[in-house]
Design a protein. Structure first.
Length: 78
C-alpha cells in the first residue's frame, strides 16, 4: 500500500534495451498501470533508484509515480 496515495503498489517488470544488450528491472508503482502490455514501449514518470544493502546482499530498488504506454507524437504515424 502506497503511504501517500493509499493505492496498491504494483511491481512491473520493464525491459531496458541499449544497442545489443537488454536487462529487466522491476519498478514499483502505485496503482495498476493501464494499457501496459508486453512489448509496448512505456513512459516512466518520476523514476527514483534507491540503493539498498541487507545482510551482505545489495541492489537497487526502482520506484516511479506512473508507468503508461508511450504514444507517438501527432502526425508521426507509420
Amino acid at each position: 500500500m502506497d503511504r501517500e496515495t493509499g493505492k496498491t503498489v504494483y511491481q512491473v517488470g520493464l525491459c531496458l534495451m541499449a544497442g545489443t544488450s537488454a536487462d529487466v528491472v522491476t519498478v514499483s508503482v502505485p496503482g495498476e498501470p493501464s494499457g501496459v502490455n508486453i512489448g509496448v514501449p512505456v513512459q516512466v514518470r518520476d523514476l527514483v533508484a534507491t540503493p539498498w544493502e541487507n545482510e551482505g546482499r545489495h541492489g537497487v530498488a526502482f520506484r516511479a509515480s506512473e508507468i503508461r504506454p508511450l504514444t507517438a507524437p501527432a502526425g508521426k504515424g507509420a
